[in-house]
Design a protein around this ligand. Structure first.
Ligand SMILES: CCCCCCCCCCCCCCCCCC(=O)SCCNC(=O)CCNC(=O)[C@H](O)C(C)(C)COP(=O)(O)OP(=O)(O)OC[C@H]1O[C@@H](n2cnc3c(N)ncnc32)[C@H](O)[C@@H]1OP(=O)(O)O
Ligand SMILES: Cc1cc2nc3c(=O)[nH]c(=O)nc-3n(C[C@H](O)[C@H](O)[C@H](O)COP(=O)(O)OP(=O)(O)OC[C@H]3O[C@@H](n4cnc5c(N)ncnc54)[C@H](O)[C@@H]3O)c2cc1C
Length: 664
């Protein structure tokens, strides 16, 4: 029945102020009001309808995305939205498009690596979308190994130009989003060669298509790389292939903040670190961490609401069956994901702060926190995207068979999200960057250099190597100090063990390669410590609203106790806890599940998602699942007629043949 709230009883059980929790989730009242207003604006505009998008063939799907992205831009101009509001609108339109890369990477690359003059020239064009840009770094032969890229940019002093060239097949640019069919320009990463010397990778602004008729410019070969994983999903994006045949660009289109080439062809290195060339990746990794909580919370919202609607087994005397959310196994799979969504939200907020801080420092020529910012963005990107992709898939399974239907919203969410484990740095490769940072920190411990920030705990290494957990009863696991020490001791001991094993190798690089799997695990332990610590720090703030802080404490407990349970081997193996203490942690975890249970629906309501954004019959706010699933099935093109296309060609002859055989 329309208008009935099938989850009303669940909502009545809430022990906290949901409206206040909405503000905590959004980060501030301002953010909440902004998201609330813009998400409703998008949901109520038929121009942003998602109806039938998973059914469209690629060409129509792509054209539909072009229409939506252009319509979004039109609305942004008409409504005079600020940059912040416009970004929110694109987010709630919820369809990967070329604009993500234009705003998310092309513009940030020019801002981060262009000189003031270059920014003045290019940014106004990009802001008005008079040019559309993408980020062309990855090649057919190399993605992770940026230093291995092959595209060349050779300076020609005769004409004061760079010649951009793709010398081999493997040097073809491959993957950049927005490149295949839309971008007029790209920031292209190529090897800078001047006076016959190779100075490594640099960024160059290259025009690819005519601004008049959109044809590729002479010397440019460009197209789409083909269909990707999933129906609809990321196929709304034109990931592209690009080759250059001696394409000439003026010298001043080399992005010159980090290094310059003079009119005479002399290479000059600025006094900023070369790693700033990788700055766009640091920026985007930070945004990906913030985005992880959006994707995970969305899946969790669907699975939680559906788990309260769905009933299986246990009816007595004709009564109702049990809601599947009441099974402990369902809770043990679902509630840690709900807790992770909140944990990633808060670590995302903190990382944003860290990124802003490092950016301000860089502007003042203070590069001291750059290595930590790189390690944090790389590690947390890896940790949160892996957990989110796995979590979305788990939510699909938590919804049983119906989760496999596209109308559950989960298959498409997974297909759109899962490449986050690969793009912007393969997750294993990024963990190994964190491990390098950890090994460097451990090797410097005796040098008098005091570790600071997220690595400050290494400064207490002697204590952390010896201490033992003093937990005696299950509720002792609720003490923040007991938990933080457990995660610090585990991370420190795993890093030190790796460092000790590394020291047995004559060649450190050989040792690093041999021990890579252990090093990646040490990096995970360090990153989990960051997430746990930031959640605990968040709880030390003043959090208004009846019962809100208590619910967050429950979620925080579930997050760290679930990790402790899952990685028990690490905690036991490094000798910080005993098996008895591990078992007490598990007892406490079960108790927390029971505390969370009555609040589960309201905790996902606090995400404040519209039904339009969720795009899921199973996750509907009103829980009216079955009639809507039934209705949706009849909308499938296969059900447009009772007799299937192809019946006369294929099925009928088959049946006839069987009839003949039967008669024989
Ligand atoms: C439905 C939703 C729709 C939309 C929602 C929107 C939400 C927002 C999301 C945005 C849109 C996302 C769309 C997808 C975009 C994907 C774009 C890409 O993939 S683009 C392509 C992305 N591609 C990749 O990510 C490629 C991954 N590969 C790499 O980044 C590098 O090759 C490497 C780091 C692995 C090695 O680097 P290499 O130079 O070979 O070697 P070494 O290791 O020897 O390091 C040397 C030194 O440098 C240091 N350092 C390193 N990095 C950094 C840094 N960033 N900074 C600072 N420092 C850094 C390092 O610590 C070391 O220091 P030290 O020890 O000497 O002190
Ligand atoms: C949807 C999508 C969008 C993208 N958008 C863009 C874009 O806009 N612009 C752009 O430039 N690029 C883009 N990319 C490319 C992306 O950044 C790369 O695919 C990514 O950096 C991984 O590199 P790779 O493909 O070379 O993987 P590979 O490095 O070939 O990875 C293959 C395997 O090797 C392992 N491996 C590699 N090196 C090591 C190592 N040193 N130690 C241990 N294991 C290792 C990896 O863990 C992985 O298991 C996109 C990719 C995708 C999927």
């Amino acid at each position: 029945m329309e208008g009935v709230d099938y989850l009303a009883d669940e909502r009545k059980k809430a022990e906290f102020d949901v409206n206040e929790m909405k503000i905590v989730w959004a980060g501030s009242r301002h953010n909440f009001e902004l998201s609330d207003r813009i998400s409703k604006l998008v949901a109520n505009d038929p121009g942003f309808s998602k109806e039938g998008r998973t059914m469209l063939p690629r060409k129509e799907l792509f054209k539909n995305t072009l229409r939506k992205a252009t319509y979004a831009w039109k609305r942004i101009i008409e409504l005079r939205l600020s940059e912040e509001e416009a970004a929110k609108l694109r987010h709630f339109v919820d369809e990967p498009a070329f604009t993500d890369l234009h705003w998310g990477m092309f513009i940030p690359a020019i801002k981060g690596q262009g000189t003031d003059e270059q920014q003045k020239k290019w940014l106004p064009l990009a802001y008005k979308m008079q040019i559309i840009g993408c980020y062309a770094q990855t090649e057919l032969g190399h993605g992770s190994n940026v230093q291995g890229l092959e595209t060349t940019a050779t300076f020609d002093p005769q004409t004061d130009e760079f010649v951009i060239h793709s010398p081999t097949l493997t040097s073809s640019k491959w993957w950049p989003g927005g490149l295949g069919k839309v971008s007029t320009h790209a920031v292209v990463y190529a090897r800078l060669i001047t006076n016959g010397k190779d100075y490594g990778i640099n960024g160059f602004i290259v025009q690819l298509r005519s601004l008049e008729d959109h044809k590729p410019l002479p010397g440019v070969t460009v197209g789409d790389i083909g269909l990707k994983f999933g129906n609809g999903a990321y196929n709304t994006m034109d990931n592209g292939v690009l080759r250059f045949d001696h394409v000439r660009i003026p010298r001043d289109q080399m992005l010159m903040r980090v290094s310059q080439v003079t009119r005479e062809g002399k290479y000059v290195q600025s006094d900023v670190p070369r790693q700033l060339l990788y700055g766009t990746m640091v920026y985007v990794r930070q945004t990906i961490v913030s985005d992880a909580s959006n994707a995970l919370s969305r899946a969790v919202c669907i699975a939680t609401r559906y788990s309260a609607v769905r009933r299986q087994f246990g009816s007595q005397n004709g009564g109702q069956e049990i809601q599947v959310i009441d099974y402990k196994t369902q809770q043990n799979r679902l509630f840690p994901l709900l807790a992770s969504a909140y944990a990633f939200r808060f670590v995302g907020e903190w990382l944003k702060w860290l990124y802003t801080d490092v950016t301000q420092r860089l502007q003042a020529n203070d590069f001291s926190t750059l290595p930590e910012a790189h390690a944090c963005t790389a590690g947390l990107k890896s940790l949160t995207t892996t957990a989110t992709a796995d979590g979305i898939e788990e939510c699909r399974k938590l919804c049983g068979g119906h989760g496999y239907l596209c109308s559950s919203g989960l298959p498409e969410l997974f297909a759109v999200y899962v490449p986050a484990c690969t793009y912007e740095g393969d997750n294993t490769v990024l963990l190994l960057q964190v491990a390098r940072f950890l090994m460097k920190t451990v090797s410097q411990l005796g040098s008098g250099k005091k570790p600071v920030g997220t690595i400050a705990y290494m400064g207490r290494i002697e204590h952390l190597m010896q201490c033992r957990s003093d937990v005696k009863q299950a509720k002792d696991w609720l003490k923040p100090s007991a938990v933080v020490e457990a995660f610090e001791a585990r991370a420190a001991r795993m890093s030190v063990a790796c460092a000790q094993n590394l020291s047995k190798f004559d060649n450190p690089e050989e040792g690093f390669a041999e021990l890579a799997a252990d090093l990646a695990e040490a990096a995970v332990a360090h990153c989990q410590l960051i997430v746990v610590s930031k959640f605990i720090e968040k709880l030390q703030q003043d959090i208004p609203g009846e019962g809100v802080k208590q619910q967050l404490e429950v979620l925080c407990g579930i997050y760290y106790l679930f990790l402790l349970h899952k990685h028990q081997g690490d905690f036991l193996g490094t000798g910080y806890i005993t098996s008895k203490q591990a078992s007490l942690a598990n007892d406490q975890l079960r108790a927390l599940y029971s505390q969370l249970r009555p609040n589960a629906i309201s905790l996902v309501d606090a995400f404040n998602y519209t039904d339009h954004f969720l795009d899921s019959i199973l996750g509907r706010y009103d829980g009216n699942v079955y009639p809507k699933l039934y209705e949706a099935a009849w909308k499938d093109p296969l059900n447009q007629s009772d007799i299937a296309d192809g019946f006369h060609e294929y099925i009928r002859p088959l049946l006839k043949q069987q009839l003949r055989t039967a008669r024989l």
